[in-house]
Design a protein around this ligand. Structure first.
Ligand code: AHR
Length: 663
């Protein structure tokens, strides 16, 4: 055990005490579950993820596997930020750009004393495992320049000068004043011991004149070996959640801080040299290297249904597109729909096919805007109907998701967002029991406990969490149980945000933390994982009693909750498995005896339990996985007997479990 782990647990033990949510508990529960051959279907989208671009360097500098920071000199309105020179001087030039989209480039003028080069240390360092890297750059020698050897040497090098790999790139066939792209591969045979490394491009000694570079890129091997792809370890952390849906690209990043900085879908596709990028909503610059097609490819690769957000005329500075000027924005989303779904007889369908995706994308849920309840002018009342009627007329088989119900008539689906305390999520357990049927359907596409202070007046500022705790994660699973119980109306929910580059943080807590070399899973990640990977497809009836509660009241004690225990029973009809999900917000363990009635199975076998919990007696709000101390909490696996249609299982105090029982 590391010293920091010892310190965390020691601190935790000191803080054991009465908890505001504690009530007198009855610790033995009888749970009756009725097996059936039909019932409410649970959508496969039930537990998802958000891939919110830009926030916490989650895309550039995160999931997007590009290792070079400011590869096209776009940061800070055009700059050499992140670049240094050796053996020469560098300037930012605008003369004869490589493309309209990339107006600025770096020009290197050797000083005549040996090798001249440029160097880039990545977003927050560059990890260099021993493997093959794929790189490229655009190169333009100025009139009258001489590259002594017609070569640019690309290297991966430590800050202390160790070269891990190097390759001479022949820069033949490029005339003075002309741009040409060159590609290379570097294979390293030794792993660097840390991330203090750089990519270096060098001109041979004796070179004279000046030489311009742009779009300097290097990728490690990517998830599923995709070109222009995503970082394998971060992608795996998404994939291991088995997310039913993935909401992208935002979040606020769809809106931009101003209308010109909004997400413009067609500026994110095609060759990188034609992607201008835009100012980041949360920080830095959005290269849009992880563009619409890369995002949808990632969704396909992890088997998640996209919940794709479209810009809908509201930006974060409060600027709104007036009703009279909305038409071009509506046309843009119609073009995007054509791009997703149309065939080769349509110009945007052709564009998709030309860019390598012949089949229409399998996108079933499209969100119109983001958090439009924040628009104090109330303009969603004209924007939603205008977008929705045009979009649903063109593509009626898509589920269109509104971002608020304020001022609009009932949409097919609405996206609710909740960031709050554990108490809030526990208190809201019955929210979806009582929302109007038949609709609208609900995506709870952003939720998280962000403050462990239950009586906080403002959870955004008071008691704000840096990382999720066992207490926060168990409360989130109470809310997830409420989704499954109400699967007739709730299409799914996801914790938000997911990604946090620990070197560049705008929002906490997050599901997955990372730096250049390492990925850490939060406690909330584990809590979501046990629910997402054990998903039934049919809701079963269940009810609980204990010494105090002997009759189940619909919508009351025994129905979905009893005392401090929350539960839902579902069935995986393919494998004939019963899946019981539990969240115990009591500080004491609760023992459940489950009986399956109306059984269709043999009534015996071995159940498997997956549990996330704090050590007994420890205040769950102090137990967390941090970047420095990542393995405090994981998933505890155990088995238990299922005999005579009965099983018994004990959920630890402040614990959450998924039980899988072969019927
Ligand atoms: O996930 C963080 C932010 O919270 C999202 O961008 C926004 O939609 C919400 O306000």
């Amino acid at each position: 055990m590391r010293l920091s782990t010892v310190l965390i647990l020691a601190t935790s033990l000191l803080s054991v005490g009465a908890h505001p949510l504690e009530r007198a508990s009855n610790n033995t529960v009888s749970l009756s579950i009725t097996d059936a051959s039909n019932g409410t279907a649970i959508p496969s989208t039930m537990h998802g993820v958000i891939l919110e671009t830009n926030i916490n360097s989650g895309s550039d500098g995160g999931l997007y596997a590009e290792l070079v920071y400011n590869r096209a000199f776009q940061v800070n309105g055009g700059s050499l930020d992140g670049w240094t020179a050796k053996g020469g001087s560098i300037v930012l030039s605008m003369d004869g750009p490589v493309s309209t989209a990339l107006p600025a480039h770096l020009t290197l003028t050797p000083n005549g004393n040996g090798v001249a080069g440029i160097s880039n240390g990545g977003f927050s360092g560059i990890a260099l495992p021993a493997q093959t890297y794929v790189g490229s750059f655009y190169y333009k020698p100025a009139n009258g320049s001489k590259n002594a050897g017609n070569v640019v040497t690309a290297s991966l090098r430590s800050s202390s000068g160790t070269t891990y790999g190097s390759v001479p790139v022949k820069v033949a066939g490029v005339g003075p004043g002309q741009w040409k792209q060159f590609s290379f591969k570097i294979t390293t045979s030794t792993a660097a011991s840390n991330a203090n490394n750089a990519i270096v491009l060098e001109l041979p000694a004796g070179s004279t004149g000046s030489f311009s570079f742009n779009l300097i890129s290097i990728f490690p091997p990517t998830f599923k070996q995709r070109g222009n792809g995503v970082r394998a370890d971060i992608a795996q952390a998404f994939s291991d959640l088995k997310p039913g849906f993935i909401r992208l690209p935002g979040g606020n990043d769809i809106e931009g801080n101003s209308i010109p900085d909004r997400y413009i879908w067609n500026a994110t596709i095609g060759p990188l040299v034609n992607r201008p990028g835009r100012n980041g909503t949360w920080q830095g610059y959005n290269t849009e290297g992880l563009g619409l097609m890369e995002l949808l490819t990632f969704a396909q690769d992890i088997g998640a249904a996209p919940l794709l957000a479209f810009y809908a005329g509201y930006s974060l500075n409060g600027n709104v597109v007036p009703q009279s000027q909305l038409q071009p924005y509506i046309q843009s989303v119609l073009d995007e729909l054509d791009f997703l779904f149309a065939g080769s007889n349509n110009q945007f369908g052709r564009l998709r096919i030309q860019n390598g995706q012949s089949a229409p994308y399998n996108v079933k849920n499209i969100e119109v805007g983001n958090e439009d309840f924040l628009d104090s002018s109330g303009s969603y009342k004209y924007r939603w109907p205008a977008f929705y009627s045009a979009m649903s007329k063109a593509y009626p088989n898509v589920d269109y998701v509104a971002t608020t119900l304020q001022g609009i008539s009932t949409p097919p689906t609405v996206d609710n967002h909740d960031y709050n305390t554990p108490k809030y999520f526990i208190d809201n357990f019955r929210r979806y029991d009582t929302v109007p049927r038949p609709g609208p359907k609900v995506f709870e596409a952003e939720f998280a406990v962000i403050s462990d202070k239950d009586n906080s007046t403002n959870p955004f500022t008071d008691g704000r969490l840096q990382t999720s705790s066992v207490k926060s994660a168990v409360a989130e699973n109470v809310f997830r149980i409420s989704f499954e119980r109400n699967a007739d109306v709730v299409l799914g929910g996801c914790y938000a945000p997911v990604l946090q580059n620990v070197a560049n943080v705008q929002w906490t807590p997050n599901l997955v933390l990372f730096d250049a070399s390492k990925v850490v899973k939060s406690v909330s990640w584990y809590a979501q994982q046990i629910f997402g990977t054990n998903l039934g497809n049919m809701l079963l009836k269940s009810g609980a009693t204990n010494a105090n509660v002997t009759t189940v009241t619909a919508g009351g004690e025994g129905d979905g909750k009893i005392g401090n225990l929350y539960f839902v029973a579902t069935k995986d009809t393919t494998n004939n498995h019963l899946i019981v999900k539990l969240a115990n917000v009591d500080s004491n363990p609760i023992t459940i005896t489950g009986s399956v009635v109306g059984n269709t199975g043999s009534g015996k076998g071995t159940g498997s339990a997956y549990t996330v919990a704090a050590p007994g007696g420890v205040d769950p709000s102090t137990v967390t996985n941090t970047f420095a101390n990542p393995n405090v909490v994981g998933i505890q696996q155990s088995t238990f007997a299922y005999n005579n249609h009965q099983w018994t299982f004990t959920v630890p105090g402040w614990g959450t479990s998924a039980l899988v029982i072969p019927l």
